[in-house]
Design a protein around this ligand. Structure first.
Ligand code: PLP
Length: 396
């Protein structure tokens, strides 16, 4: 057979998260959905804000269907890009214009396009463990090699010393993700300053920029109310990959954007490379209806309180039992130390108690599992006795 082997391998090997999610459906059929505690998938459990639904209905009622469902410009509707640029300028004191924004089908497309626009075959791209597993796919697809930088013990902030060691003359780009999937950790301003200082030093040493890509689907999901250190205010050679999947609970609508820092070296050329990468990957003209919906709801917010309540319930519940985990300040994930070295064995044992958690070896940290607590609060409440039985079983 003459087909692309690496594409076949990707397609035939489902991600562990999808595997567990599929298993949970089968198990729910066998024993009842209320008895299976599935914490595998990062699918938002809170509804989109009411304004979002209202805008959608209003647009459908009042606008011409051919305009609503028709093509926009390849890089996205001007007025949508203009509103996003102005909103970011107001919030983070920037000077973006519509011509720095490229509309995409969510953060996955934002990342694939940005990497394709920035790296060449043989370049290296550094990611910080723990990291979203799909980075490996996107980085490799762009022709680059993924290099993993180890985290600080316990805090899961960036280990600056290790990061600096991982940079070499082939390093072309670095991806950060805060709030982080899978740890829920929000990088402090101190971390961002140290990280960007290293990048400035190394870029100067090599006489060319190392690009910083900030993957921010969880930017709006921060519980502490702390100011989010927006990367463009710390480092010029930066690109932001954003998505409304989690911030407006619209993952199935596939809508997000790329923002190219206007202060970066060759910013105009890089924006054009983004347009070209989008074109070559077939990611042009992001969903037209939802470009309009998000453009009118840039300040809308999901019910963050519900995620915070879940966070407190699961974090307090598990740590009181003796589980070890870093307290997450954002996103909707809890990163828990497995009760044995092998996270897969721990996952199998948890499964015996109908607890479906994700072993995190593929996220670049061994011996941990991820709990996605974007679920109904009842599921967390009902699961706690099983978590207790699980930890007790290790004490026997
Ligand atoms: N980046 C991170 C860190 C994610 O967790 C996700 C999805 O869960 C994505 C990117 C992809 O987001 P989207 O669904 O908007 O493509």
């Amino acid at each position: 057979m003459d087909y692309n082997k690496s594409a076949y391998e990707l397609g035939s090997k489902r991600s562990i998260i999808r595997e567990i999610f599929e298993y949970s459906k089968i198990r729910a059929n066998e024993i009842g959905a209320d008895k299976v505690f599935d914490f595998s998938l990062g699918n938002p459990s809170v509804e989109p804000p009411k304004e979002v639904t209202d805008t959608l209905i209003e647009l459908l009622k009042t606008q011409s269907p051919t305009a609503l469902h028709g093509y926009t410009s390849a890089q996205g509707d001007f007025s949508c890009r203009d509103k996003i640029a102005k909103n970011l300028n107001d919030r983070f004191n920037l000077c973006l214009s519509a011509d720095n924004i490229y509309m995409t089908c969510g953060a996955a497309a934002s990342l694939s396009i940005s990497l394709k626009a920035l790296v060449n075959d043989g370049d290296e791209c550094i990611v910080f463990a723990p990291f979203f597993t799909e980075y490996r796919v996107f980085v490799n697809n762009a022709g680059a090699k993924l290099v993993v930088s180890e985290p600080e013990d316990k805090t899961f902030q960036v280990n600056i010393e290790d990061f600096e060691k991982k940079i070499n003359k082939n390093t072309k780009a670095v991806i950060i993700n805060s709030p982080n999937n899978p740890s829920g950790v929000v990088y402090t301003e101190e971390t961002i300053v140290k990280l960007t200082n290293v990048l400035k030093k190394k870029s100067k040493e090599f006489g060319r920029p190392i690009y910083l890509i900030s993957d921010e689907p969880y930017r709006e999901l921060i519980f502490s109310g702390e100011k989010f250190p927006f990367i463009m205010n710390y480092y010029d050679d930066s690109i932001v990959c954003y998505s409304f999947s989690k911030s407006l609970s619209l993952p199935g609508e596939r809508i997000g954007y790329i923002a190219v820092n206007p202060n970066m070296n060759c910013s105009k050329e890089i924006y054009l490379a983004v347009c070209g990468a989008g074109r070559s990957l077939g990611y042009v003209c992001a969903p037209s209806l939802f470009q309009r919906v998000v453009a009118n709801n840039l300040d809308a917010k999901v019910n963050l309180g519900a995620y915070k309540e879940n966070r407190d319930l699961i974090y307090n519940g598990l740590t009181e039992m003796g589980y070890e985990c870093v307290k997450p300040d954002g996103a909707f994930y809890l990163f828990v130390k497995a009760l044995e070295d092998d996270a897969y064995k721990f996952f199998e044992r948890a499964k015996e108690y109908e607890l479906l958690v994700v072993p995190c070896d593929d996220f670049g940290v061994k011996g941990y599992v991820r709990i996605a607590y974007c679920v109904d609060k009842k599921r967390i409440e009902n699961s706690l006795p099983s978590f207790k039985k699980l930890i007790d079983s290790y004490k026997k």
